[in-house]
Design a protein around this ligand. Sequence first.
Ligand code: ME8
Length: 488
Amino acid sequence: MPKNTFFISTAIDYVSGPPHLGHLYEKILADVIARWKRLGGYKVHFSTGTDEHGLKIQRAAEKQGKTPKEFVDYISRFFLNLCKVYNISYDDFIRTTEKRHEDVVKKIINKINENGFIYKGSYEGLYCVECENFYTEKDLIKGKCPVHKKELEIKKEDGYFFKMSEFQSKLIKHIEKHPEFILIQKKRNEIYNRLKIPLRDLSITRKDVWGLEFPLDKNFSQFVWVEALINYLTTIDYPNKKFKEFWPGAHLIGPDILWQHTVIWGSIIMSINLKLPKVLNHGFINLKGEKMSKSVGNVIDPFELAKKYHVDAIRYFLIREIPFGEDGNFSEEALKDRLNNELANDLGNLLSRVLTIAEKNFSGKIKKNKIDEKLISKLDVKKIENFMNDFKLTEVLNEIWTFVKSCNKHINDEKLWAMNPTDQEKHLYSLFESIRIIALLLSPFIPETSGKIYMQLGTSCSSLKEAKFGLIEHYMVKKGPILFNKIK
Ligand code: ME8
């Protein structure tokens, strides 16, 4: 990716049913990263969207008595709406049933073919419809799909194949030379070890399945995975200006589709001589220890959750609770705890205490003063930036929170409320500067709340360069509604 541009994508979600909290989690992670990069002055392209072809969708539509297109139009809207409700700042919401996608897919398949990596043949294997993937006996757990724990179907396919086997050693070398290709080391090792087993060619066509027509033979539709992965090129308008500006990007995805994004996508990308992207692999959200998924049926509905809790509290909770790359549990009890103790008490009270004194004793006007070095030494912006560069989002929040607590402790230790007005004003200036910078650093995570804080401070920030103390000449503050209501 050229300097100063940043392309981040989420997976495109299957529209076999409405979104659950796992889908939301991924979008929030990507949103935080995209917002942070924008604050850092990057030109960002952030894509998300829906994956609308394949047998799984076809069967879900049949169940509802709808045509596949009617069905995907209906379900895709839930995903779009999810982005609106949760303030996901995407630049492009891509649907694989769009014409622009079909056009790019055609170009890519033709290019792979011209480069000599497609042939006609036949294949029989064990197929998981949920994964839209063939498995070998070795992959199975107790004879069932390793991801969905469901029986597999035997499928015989005549069709076209992609010579993926040719890329095995290149992929191994790439991982060795560029470990950052797969962010999380444990999962990187898993892929690396799986690549020691001979890599089979990939069947890339299907018969009588809802999908895009295969450009080389209209008797076939395309295997959904290959077509879906190409969305990452469609969204940046391959092969035009935007593509040149933004490729290669960073694909944010969950653990179940790491193989597809590293081995399948990696091979496709190599077959058309492009630079490989990076894969940012997060963990699963579990419910009572089990992966939340549509097929298991143990899902949390993010729309229902947003009716009960502030959207920013949900965004904050998911990132603070689950370190990037690890699996984590969701529970409403834990969400309430963080909402009440951290957002309402630590952050909300900090703002409200300082504003109360400023309004009572200074009518909200606080002029520039010497910065309290002891207080600001508790915030290490560089450390936060480094964490962010390594996608250690939980650590970023931990670090910011240590500073929020330090500000509260400072008020208590100094007995701010009981000081003489001259000293009080000095401390208030440092505290408002601290809160402004806290709001700035938190804005990718809880954007609506940062906006509310800025309003009450009578100022706002739009760049990480403003994370410096002593920038504001004077404050004219005004207390507003409290940031977070506690929930019993
Ligand atoms: O796999 N916790 O779509 P999908 C965290 N269409 N993330 C989760 C999750 C959970 N419980 N459940 C799902 C697909 N995800 C394909 C992708 S991309 C070219 C095609 C994540 O709807 C999952 O890991 O099953 C994936 O990254 C995304 O949600 C979409 O999953």
